[in-house]
Ligand binder design. Structure first.
Ligand code: DGY
Length: 321
């Protein structure tokens, strides 16, 4: 017995983060980096005081109900916590923390990449090069949409949404947004606020989703709302797949109502709706919004700061429950 608190780490984390964990705790690492089943999580939590999961571990009410009494906290290596049943944790007196702020820039970068990739048909062009099917340059070949000067609609003007707006201003885009509450003029920085989605959508040549997945935002982008977007609009999603109704989005991409979509997040990852793969007008990434070395280290350290506070009996900085 080391006398150190036992911490279950459900996925392989960056080396520097694991080194700190090994130094300060009796850490149970996942060397093979497999995704644990619910039964494995419950079994491996035996004697642990803290679990550090990623969004790949679904900590449902049923799983939380079966966790050993030793578990005092779930310190997620993620900003999103839709994989954790917060009410169930609250009922069991288990603290939950996340890692806000540190992934804002990385996620906004991927939103920009998706917007540009979708607008300029990057997938098709890339594929031509890789499959040696590029016939030649053509004056009317591979024409995409120019985003410079266009209107960008942002749903969820939190930290990532605000950075996306700032970056998009570099492309002279006009920023529109919908948020639960209006930002101060300082934070708005000229962005135009709409107090309903129905008002925002017709103003969005590009629509970028930055809201958390909650019961309220489930399938927020549905058939009726897509119909309100300008014809040929582009949809970008770095939030969560659950915010989008796949049937509606796929049908709008097929019909041409939407010209393209750039998606980093999906329903039922990694087993995404296969119809997305068949669409040439999609630019698809495998949930890499926060995947930079800098950000993943920062996420790990932020999660560990929360663990340290909890073990020391202090209030963790990022407590949600
Ligand atoms: C997050 O932090 O929520 C990212 O989506 C990775 O899980």
């Amino acid at each position: 017995m080391s006398g150190k608190a036992v911490v279950l780490v459900t996925r392989k984390l960056p080396d520097a983060v694991e080194l700190r964990l090994a130094r300060d705790y009796d850490a149970r690492f996942n060397v093979a980096d497999t995704v644990y089943s619910s039964d494995e999580i419950v079994r491996l939590s035996e004697g642990a005081e803290v679990i550090i999961p990623c969004h790949t571990e679904k900590l449902t009410a049923e799983v939380i109900g079966r966790l050993p009494d030793t578990v005092r906290a779930i310190c997620s290596f993620s900003v999103g916590v839709d994989h954790i049943d917060l009410d169930a944790a609250r009922q069991r007196g288990i603290l939950v923390t996340n890692t806000p702020e540190v992934l804002n820039d990385a996620t906004a970068e991927i939103s920009m990449l998706l917007m540009l990739g979708a607008a300029r048909r990057a997938y098709e062009g890339e594929r031509q090069i890789r499959t040696d099917t590029w016939a030649d340059w053509g004056a009317v070949a591979q024409l995409g949409s120019q985003i410079t000067g266009k209107r960008l609609g942002i749903i969820g003007m939190g930290r990532v949404g605000q950075i996306m707006a700032r970056r998009a201003r570099g492309f002279d885009m006009e920023i529109h947004y919908y948020n639960r509450s209006r930002l101060s003029p300082e934070l708005e920085a000229g962005a135009i606020y709409h107090d309903s989605l129905e008002q925002l959508l017709p103003q969005s040549d590009v629509l970028s989703l930055h809201c958390p997945a909650t019961p309220e935002s489930h399938h927020l982008l549905n058939l009726n709302r897509i119909a309100l977007l300008p014809d040929g609009a582009i949809v970008v999603n770095t939030a969560r797949g659950a915010v989008v109704d796949d049937d509606a989005l796929i049908s709008a991409l097929r019909s041409g109502k939407l010209s393209a979509a750039g998606l980093d997040v999906f329903n039922n990852e990694p087993n995404i709706d296969p119809r997305y793969r068949e669409l040439k007008n999609t630019f698809l990434l495998p949930h890499i919004g926060s995947a930079t070395r800098e950000t993943r280290d920062a996420m790990g350290f932020r999660a560990l700061d929360n663990v340290d506070a909890i073990i020391a009996g202090d209030e963790p900085r990022d407590r949600l429950v």
